[in-house]
Design a protein around this ligand. Structure first.
Ligand code: LLP
Length: 479
């Protein structure tokens, strides 16, 4: 039996003030009491996070500091159990709350890799891709083409060609897509399966939202264009318009906008069917938020699905429409909490009376969200996650940019060079938005499960970064 100091923050609790924060149990201290096992987007840590007998953090049965010894830092860690739990949560909730067929498509922009694709595919989900790169990753990762949709507001002819060659559904975003496909698909024996994306006029902010007729968005057809597009497609033999798509935003905690979206989409569905399009699919996009810090309180996956599915079913019933297959496209809520990033602590700068900077060996190139969106994160020391915070520090990255700060003014126990810092909830929009700024190689990624850690992304080496440089002969150094 291990006892431990109480955590000093609610950082590991799923909701502020909910129950006790840790439980002492045989073999370690678990966060279980507070963990929402059914809806991992409501936790900060992966659902398998535990302390070992010495109070050190383990995830998926792997000791995080061991992973660092083997793989180095910065290191992305992905917990298979958490990812599978979110996939199952979406599947089960859709089966429970939607009276018709339904399918969740993983928005792979959140984190695109062969391993994640394979896991998501094995859980029976589909996938949304937005480029040839994401599409190839999906196909190579084993996602069946008939469960993939290709999005994009400026698809190239090559991307469209790849999609139609492989039998992937294309989401029409604008007239340029239609013109390109008219050329590429006209002579094909079978029509191309399509959805049409339109701007639904519902704009979400974090805590309130507005509805407007025309939204200033680069994505999708303006509502005014919907009818002309539907009429145009009705006369295109190459086009099989089988559904509609809309997406209202990301990291949304409110349910009301999604409820309203159902009515807007059902009106569009009625219009499309009246013009002769079968429109079997209604794709309501993604957007469910996650908990990055203790004060975030997103709805559960079950609650989100219940509201969305109920609203779509009700809107169809009111309009006497046969139920479409319901598609949704979760990205962040599916993969963010499964991921965390490990860093090694390095230099420290104390500015008396002002601030203490603690620098780590990564930063904005592996997690550009703080500098881009002022996003907040939660961090603990990997080998003493429950230790009381004894100082307020600002965790800085190593890039040549003053704004390269991962966490502002957070309480941490005293850290010395070589200590390992864990930043939670980095599974979405971190690796996928990463860069090589300052020619810093991208981190490795490991998948953890039942005490086994498998490499799923090799660490980039500095030499890799030179691979695409070309030095003209006349500039070569003369020796
Ligand atoms: N479907 C479409 C058409 C989308 O544009 C998106 C996200 C999703 C689904 C998935 O949304 P999610 O479930 O992840 O909220 N880089 C930003 C997020 C950009 C989201 C873009 N579109 C961030 O790091 O917060």
């Amino acid at each position: 039996m291990v006892t431990s100091a109480s955590p000093t923050t609610d950082s590991l609790a799923p909701s502020p003030g909910a129950g006790s924060t840790v439980s002492a149990e045989e073999g370690g201290v678990a966060y279980e009491n507070d963990v929402d096992l059914l809806s991992p987007n409501r936790n900060l840590a992966p659902i398998t996070a535990r302390c070992d007998g010495r109070g050190r953090l383990t995830v998926g049965g792997s000791l995080l500091s061991d992973l660092v010894r083997t793989h180095g830092t910065p290191l992305y860690v992905l917990d298979e159990a958490t990812l599978r739990a979110t996939c199952r949560a979406y599947r089960q909730a859709l089966a429970e709350h939607y009276p018709g067929e339904a399918l969740a498509l993983y928005a792979s922009k959140a984190n695109s890799s062969l391993a994640i694709t394979a896991l998501v595919a094995s859980e029976g989900l589909g996938l949304d891709a937005v480029s040839a790169g994401e599409l190839l990753t999906a196909l190579e990762g084993g996602m069946p083409a008939d469960r993939i949709v290709l999005h994009g507001n400026n698809k190239s002819a090559e991307e469209l060609q790849l999609a139609i060659d492989r039998g992937v559904t294309v989401v029409l975003d604008n007239w340029n897509d239609i013109e390109l496909l008219t050329r590429l698909a006209a002579s094909r024996p079978r029509p191309v399966r399509l959805l049409v994306r339109f701007t639904p006029g519902i704009e979400c902010h974090t805590h309130d939202y507005i509805r407007t007729g025309h939204l200033d968005s680069k994505f999708g057809f303006d509502p005014d264009q919907l009818e002309p597009v539907l009429r145009h497609l009705a006369a295109c033999p190459w086009a099989w318009l089988d559904g509609l798509h809309a997406h209202i935003g990301s990291q949304i905690f409110e349910l009301e906008p999604h409820r309203d979206l159902a009515g807007v989409m059902a009106d569009a569905l009625a219009l499309a069917r009246s013009l002769g399009h079968p429109c079997g699919d209604l794709n309501v996009g993604g957007g469910l938020g996650i908990r990055y810090v203790g004060s975030d309180d997103p709805p559960s996956i079950q609650e989100w699905v219940r509201v969305v599915a109920g609203a779509v079913a009700e809107a169809c019933r009111q309009r006497q429409l046969a139920l479409p297959r319901l598609l949704c496209e979760p990205g962040r809520s599916l993969v963010a909490t499964a991921g965390l990033t490990l860093y090694t602590v390095g230099s420290r700068k104390e500015i008396p009376g002002l601030r203490t900077y603690l620098a780590v060996d990564g930063g904005m190139s592996d997690n550009p969200r703080p500098i881009t969106y002022q996003s907040l994160y939660t961090a603990v020391m990997a080998d003493r996650p429950l230790a009381e915070g004894t100082e307020t520090v600002t965790v800085a990255g190593k890039h040549c940019e003053s704004g390269d700060v991962l966490l502002h003014d957070v309480r941490l126990p005293a850290a010395t060079p070589g200590d390992v810092l864990t930043v939670f909830a980095t599974g979405a929009y971190n690796a996928s938005m990463g860069s090589n700024y300052n020619r810093i190689p991208r981190p490795a990624a490991v998948l953890v499960r039942d005490g086994v850690a498998e490499l799923v992304q090799r660490r980039e080496q500095p030499e890799d970064l030179l691979r695409y440089d070309v030095l003209p002969a006349r500039l070569r150094p003369v020796i």
